[in-house]
Write a protein that binds this ligand. Structure first.
Ligand SMILES: CC(C)(COP(=O)(O)OP(=O)(O)OC[C@H]1O[C@@H](n2cnc3c(N)ncnc32)[C@H](O)[C@@H]1OP(=O)(O)O)[C@@H](O)C(=O)NCCC(=O)NCCS
Length: 166
């Protein structure tokens, strides 16, 4: 296993990340949110136009994860105006989970946050996404709040907010 985590700089690579996001979201959120909500959220947040907009206009960076040269995951982050760093996305293809790759991804996120001089990293996670919550808690995130966010078309995100102190 040779894991490489690289900032996504070019459109063809971002397109591949969008294809991977589509695959992962349609697998990992089954049983957590409805099929309709998965389709809606992928289109709204993880389609190529949505991700291009996030990078060009909203201050997000995407990082692609390769294992032995194969794209298998991604993460997205954004520095906030205050002292916090937002971990927006952390996704690995199913066959690559359980091998410690997420720990490497999170180390990369923490390093990036430190480059920006931030003092904490926060994220939102669906309250029923038990495995992700376990992983975040193992790594040192703590639940600090919860939020129900209206994302349109009758859908809401029902999340915990978790924070890691750098
Ligand atoms: C969330 C996700 C990225 C985590 O990746 P993973 O491969 O399952 O996690 P890892 O194997 O790298 O484990 C990370 C750490 O958590 C620990 N861990 C894993 N499962 C755990 C559990 N059930 N309880 C406690 N600790 C656990 C690991 O031991 C590891 O710690 P270590 O490096 O100190 O040994 C992955 O499960 C995923 O992509 N899930 C679907 C998408 C998703 O839900 N993303 C989050 C949206 S908010």
């Amino acid at each position: 296993m040779s894991v490489e985590i690289k900032r996504v700089k070019y459109l063809p690579e971002l397109r591949k990340v969008a294809e991977l996001a589509d695959e992962i979201w349609h697998e990992c959120f089954v049983g957590i949110i409805s099929q309709g909500q998965i389709d809606y959220m992928v289109e709204k947040f993880q389609s190529l136009p949505a991700m291009t907009d996030q990078i060009d206009l909203q201050g997000y960076s995407y990082f692609a994860v390769y294992d032995d040269g194969e794209l298998c995951g991604y993460t997205a982050v954004k520095p906030e105006e205050d002292s916090r760093f937002f971990l927006s996305k952390l996704y690995l293809r199913k066959d690559k989970r359980g091998r410690g790759i997420a720990s490497k991804m999170l180390e990369r996120v923490f390093r990036e946050a430190q480059v920006y001089g931030k003092s904490s990293v926060y994220l939102t996670v669906n309250k029923h996404n038990c495995h992700a919550i376990d992983v975040y808690e193992k790594v040192g995130f703590r639940k600090v709040d919860e939020a129900v966010t209206d994302i349109g078309s009758g859908y809401v995100m029902d999340d915990f907010i978790m924070e890691y102190t750098l």
